[in-house]
Design a protein around this ligand. Structure first.
Ligand code: DGJ
Length: 463
């Protein structure tokens, strides 16, 4: 029987050229139909998802109504006739204006003290996020938590925001070095509503005297992230540790019994024996936490699970987004799918964000393109003149997150601003995929530009 089946099949296909091409075209048709169905269904699921929210709470529609921006370039500055003769001036770009501390547009990118958001005043600004405006804590001081991340602590039912405390002078260690502020430490702020933040002090401080210490003020401490470990009952902080020239390229680990510290610094290392610069930690629903870091000269990211106590990496590691040159990773999860926002690598200067998605956290990861919506083209191409640092899930609002980014001010790093915007997972993606025959298995990630916005009133009650 089996001996005859092969020739029979061959005969079937070779017997007529017409039936062979019919089979091929039917297959192609089937694949196309399936693809179309998946696109339509996907769109329905996603819009249905968002609609169900908006029916429950029409204010959510507000989150998707973006503001438009028009930045008027200032007239070229007057130069002496001699200078103009020597070198004709090429037109400056908006990014150059943004980086120029003497630009006439300075106040547009870094609004002054007068417009500061002050939680001590009850007024029109209450509970409104105003990206890039000075944001004061409950003592009336500008919040110092750059490159930060947020931990929701179940025990105290409080949010904690950890970040780089940069309230010192900006300088260059040498002519070619990047702008820097000496390490002061990791700042911590607490909040019940994600808007009013109380300063909890510096929870991991710089080392003043011992020059061999990782935390010596002359080094670099960036992007601290804290996770709670249920097995040990400890709060574990991971951070980027480097020397002033960014050649140490390591991660540091610190631990505390309390979310408000003090944290004991344990050690630094190059994870899995690789360089590690921008990094983040993501804790999954099953309690496994992962370290994600830019490596190999920032050309790719690496991801790997931590040990059960979160104090180390395990030998398991995966290279992802290879040759894509991404940094500033911020991970989040929605309906079993993992998402990530990254930036390009241009020092303190802003660049275009990308959104990525994966069915398994260890990859493969797909790049979905630029998630930014609104503002203007240059706003979208510069992540609204900022760089990703964290994505905060909102209990009771599935699919809706807060995108946290830093608007760095390399002329005065302590005056860098926070750009917090609504991020929504929903809608069809706008790029075909390499995997799954182009079938989109996940939704679009959109970050909406607002000059002023707030979370839906009563979102905490919806929990
Ligand atoms: C970009 C990184 O994302 C920041 O955290 C910081 O390391 C700057 N580069 C330094 O130039």
């Amino acid at each position: 029987m089996s001996g005859n089946s092969a020739p029979l099949l061959l005969r079937l296909f070779s017997g007529s050229r017409c039936s062979m091409s019919a089979v091929v075209w039917s297959l192609v048709g089937c694949v196309l139909m399936l693809h179309l169905y998946s696109l339509v269904r996907h769109k329905d699921v996603v819009t249905g998802e968002i609609q169900s929210h908006t029916v429950q709470n029409p204010q959510l529609r507000e989150l998707q109504k973006v503001d438009e921006e028009k930045i008027q370039m200032p007239p070229p500055r007057k130069r002496s006739p001699r200078a103009a003769k020597r070198k004709p001036k090429r037109p400056t770009t908006i990014i150059e204006e943004f980086l120029d501390e003497n630009s006439q547009l300075r106040g547009t990118f870094f609004p002054g003290q007068k417009t500061a958001i002050d939680p001590r005043k009850d007024g029109n600004d209450s509970f409104y996020y105003s990206p890039a405006k000075i944001w004061l804590d409950t003592d009336g001081n500008p919040i110092q938590a750059h490159g930060g991340g947020i931990l929701y602590d179940e025990k105290t039912m409080t949010y904690y925001w950890y970040g780089e405390y940069k309230d010192g002078p900006t300088y260059h260690a040498h002519k070619k070095a990047a702008a820097r502020v000496d390490i002061i430490g990791v700042g911590c702020y607490s909040s019940k509503d994600l808007w009013k933040w109380k300063n909890e002090g510096i929870v991991l401080a710089a080392e003043e005297t011992d020059e061999t210490h990782d935390l010596h003020k002359s080094n670099v401490l960036e992007r601290p992230k804290v996770v709670y470990n249920e097995n040990t009952g400890k709060y574990v902080m991971w951070m980027h540790i480097d020397d002033a020239n960014y050649t140490k390229a390591s991660v540091g680990v610190a631990v505390s019994d309390y979310p408000t510290g003090p944290f004991d610094y344990l050690y630094s290392k190059q994870p899995h024996g690789f360089e590690s610069r921008d990094m983040t930690i993501f804790k999954d629903d099953d309690g496994v936490a992962y370290l994600i870091y830019s490596s190999e000269d920032n050309s790719e990211l690496h991801i790997g699970p931590l040990t059960k106590d979160y104090l180390n990496v395990t030998p398991i590691v995966q290279r992802i987004l290879v040759a894509q040159h991404r940094e500033a990773p911020a991970l989040f999860k929605h309906q079993g799918t993992y998402y990530m926002i990254t930036s390009g690598c241009t020092g303190w200067a802003p660049n275009e964000a990308h959104a990525h998605a994966a069915e398994s956290i260890m990859g493969p990861w797909e790049t979905m393109g630029n998630p930014c919506i609104g503002g203007s083209k240059i706003f979208r191409l510069t992540t609204f003149f900022s760089q990703s640092t964290f994505v905060v899930p909102l209990p009771g609002l599935p699919g809706i997150f807060i995108f946290m980014a830093d608007r760095w001010n390399p002329a005065d790093l302590k005056d860098s601003r926070y750009v917090w915007l609504p991020l929504i997972v929903g809608g069809p993606v706008d790029r075909p995929f390499d995997y799954n025959f182009g079938f989109p298995l996940w939704s679009r990630v959109s970050i909406f530009w607002h000059r002023k916005w707030r979370l839906p009133q009563g979102w905490r009650v919806m929990k």
